[in-house]
Design a protein around this ligand. Sequence first.
Ligand SMILES: *Cc1c(COP(=O)(O)O)cnc(C)c1O
Length: 455
Amino acid sequence: MTVSTLSSIPQIEKILQQAFISPYIERLSRPVVTDIVREQVQAYKKKHLRDPEGVPFSLEQLYHYIEQACWLVNRQRLQRVINGTGVIVHTNLGRSPIDAELWQSVTEVNTHYNNLEIDLATGKRGKRKGMLQQLMQYLVKGEDTLVVNNNASSIYLMLHELAKGKEVIVSRGEQIQIGGGFRIPDILALSGAKLVEVGTTNITTTQDYLDAVTENTAMVLLVHTSNFKIRGFTESPDVKELAQALPEHVILAVDQGSGTTTESMPDEPTVASYIQAGADLVCFSGDKILGGPQAGLVTGKQPLIKQLEKNPMMRAFRPSRIVYSLLEELVVRKLNQLESGQGVAESKNTQPEAVLEQRAQQLAEGFGEQLQVVRSEMTVGGGSLPDQNDPSWSVEISPENGRYKRSAEKLLEVMRNWPLAVIGVIKHDKVQLNMATISDSEIPYLRGQLAEVLQ
Ligand SMILES: *Cc1c(COP(=O)(O)O)cnc(C)c1O
């Protein structure tokens, strides 16, 4: 191929006007796509100049490369996926999706000016929290509540403000790591508090805590062991007994984690239950079982909450009006027992098994041996109810097509590359899609995509 054929490649500007490009410009922005096109044209020219006798020049081929490159970049953009894992609150998949009705209902306040920091009664500067304190009194029984960006910030704030330079007693069995590198002992060290370990991995009693208390003790911190469970011979103190036995100067703080309030999660102590047992402060995430936006909430005794709010880090941790508006709306809906206030964990965890089985049958229908309806399990996830799996139904994929037959990993990858990516799991060397986290409206799409792969 000659240099003159190469010069028949259209100008970058002309390529950008091609129909296949416009959705990518919309998704990725014009400058990003322009650079991709320029890079691909240059690479294509270079290849042909190096090997002029090789594959003949083809504009179609060049456009194909450009589209591929755009598509690869697009995959990095935050986008919807279908969750076929059966893990309802999946940290890698954005934790709790926010109810669509709830999301709609905060549009106006977020797309207009609002009273975020002005008191409409006096016209003076007001508090960011709006009605949240009041609403949370009904929901979790805490006298006062504050909001930060995530639960890790809640813990840091409590320790930094109330226990810096002092001792914090934590059970050996509760010095846990949550997800990616968030370790209770590390955050304690970072906050300037001194960790005092008590008990053993499986047994910690009220007396263990009491024996460890000194004049310099600021806090006893109970941590929900959210991502594992020790079974068998175990003991942890009764919170009420501990709350009563601790001397006045020691704050009893609980990292409850999941934010369980009105949801029917057996074995998951609610935030309110800790408050009612006498905990001074309880902190939890907004986007786990609570079902709201990413946030950390601390609730409990008003003087302590007020003190926490004065900490200079509060400025760094304070969430946006988007978070406040969603939380207020969520709590109102919870208190009014609306379905849209349930949170995804509650709504998905309470789906009848028969519905899941039916959904699996709908997906598998007509695919013969290639799609099998099988029993499976779902889990709430997100660091809640670590030991609890509820029955679910899945569709197991056994492709006859040799290309995918060899490796379940290959098939998982193919599904991630679908226009709407699907995240499946591998069980017994086969890909499964768990119906607990898939909705009826997603079934037709899945059937269409699977038909393409399996035929
Ligand atoms: C999830 C979790 C955290 C961390 O919460 P983030 O909102 O992710 O910062 C801390 N403690 C417990 C017990 C948890 O379950």
